[in-house]
Design a protein around this ligand. Structure first.
Ligand SMILES: Nc1ncnc2c1ncn2[C@@H]1O[C@H](COP(=O)(O)OP(=O)(O)O)[C@@H](O)[C@H]1O
Ligand SMILES: N[C@@H](CCOP(=O)(O)O)C(=O)O
Length: 323
């Protein structure tokens, strides 16, 4: 996580007095991540994560995210569970921001993705989609296809003209092929299941198993296959931007073992992958020029997603991307 909002010792102790989770022993800001401010807390009762919600999170939507996490955990999915205060409320205010404490998950996210991470990942994604089915409330994807043209417009003045022209053309092509509402199965999707949001533990033979999924603050109700497309973007490219089809096959086959994709989903997978590349390219580009000076955050490189977009633009069908 990043730390945009500093929390003083006194403010944190007063905040914790609202909970029955023991006395504060230590806390530290977490530099990873880009969206919200996060602190690791150690109390006399264990480890917790404190999140202060920033910029992109609409406070009115926080009950939905926290409710979804509670629902998924109740279905047996390992994910952070919001911790209620003594009054039963999990969502509170701290340092002028909405804030919540969640349970801490053990494990580490993979700094280098290996093929052996990919089958557990595909399986976990399918389990997440199945577990979400019983959660009745829906949330529109605020960074879905109709958000991309306005986002590109907001980058126009600061973007390199050649890049903006390429993105204009790519976006028009994506939108022309984008699946119509109702054409593909929908459900609650994570929408940001990058390696830094998936924790693993390894056995003595270095065989990874998933210990939990985190960071549900982009979760929404959208096409299930779009979540797969996001995962293929985030997990299957090497540092030289080569697509690793072995990783993609492992993800797709483990996912398909739990929920076989429909023929329409297979047909749409290439354009969904282009759309997912466009979405992360655009938010990264926007953040590149708009990150507040002095924020404790590492900006992410938008051009990594230009390479992915170009790769998927040449993928004629799902077979080219591991299907
Ligand atoms: N429930 C949790 N258990 C353990 N660590 C967590 C938990 N939630 C967040 N973290 C830590 O915070 C980091 C960033 O969290 P994340 O939710 O991805 O932030 P952001 O929304 O800002 O991207 C993670 O990489 C991890 O180190
Ligand atoms: N995954 C996104 C940025 C969101 O960051 P996260 O730390 O919340 O996963 C990207 O890589 O652009």
């Amino acid at each position: 996580m990043a730390v945009y909002t500093e929390v003083t010792d006194e403010a944190l102790r007063a905040f914790l007095a609202e909970y029955g989770i023991g006395e504060l022993q230590a806390y530290r800001g977490i530099a990873e991540g880009v969206e919200n401010s996060n602190y690791a807390l150690k109390t006399t009762q264990g480890d917790f994560i404190l999140t202060l919600y920033e910029k992109r999170v609409d406070p009115a939507e926080l009950p939905w995210f926290l409710g979804l996490m509670r629902h998924l955990a109740a279905q047996g999915l390992s994910c952070p569970e919001p911790v209620p205060g003594r009054d039963g409320a999990a969502l509170r205010q701290l340092a002028g921001r909405p804030a919540a404490i969640c349970t801490f998950l053990p494990g580490f996210w993979p700094r280098r993705v290996r093929p052996s991470h990919c089958a557990p990942l595909g399986d976990a994604l399918a389990r997440l989609h199945a577990a979400g089915m019983g959660f009745p409330a829906t949330r529109k994807n605020g960074l879905g296809a109709e958000a991309w043209a306005p986002l590109l417009d907001r980058c126009r003045a600061d973007g390199e003209p050649g890049l903006i022209a390429e993105l204009d053309a790519a976006l028009a092509a994506i939108l022309a092929e984008w699946p119509a509402p109702g054409a593909l199965p929908i459900g609650h999707i994570h929408a940001d299941l990058f390696p830094d949001n998936v924790f693993f533990l390894e056995d003595a033979g270095r065989r990874p198993r998933i210990s939990g999924l985190i960071d549900f603050y982009f979760a929404c109700t959208d096409m299930l296959a779009y979540d797969i497309a996001i995962v293929l973007n985030a997990w299957c490219f090497e540092s030289d931007y080569q697509f690793n089809v072995t990783k993609a096959r492992a993800i797709l086959s483990a996912y398909g073992a739990r929920r076989p994709l429909t023929p329409a989903e297979w047909a749409a997978l290439p354009v969904l992958c282009r759309g997912a590349a466009m979405r992360f390219l655009l938010t990264r580009l926007y953040d590149w020029v708009n990150t507040p000076p002095g924020a404790m955050v590492t900006r992410k490189d938008p051009l990594e997603y230009l390479h992915r977009l170009r790769f998927f633009a040449h993928a004629r069908d799902a077979a080219a991307i591991g299907g």
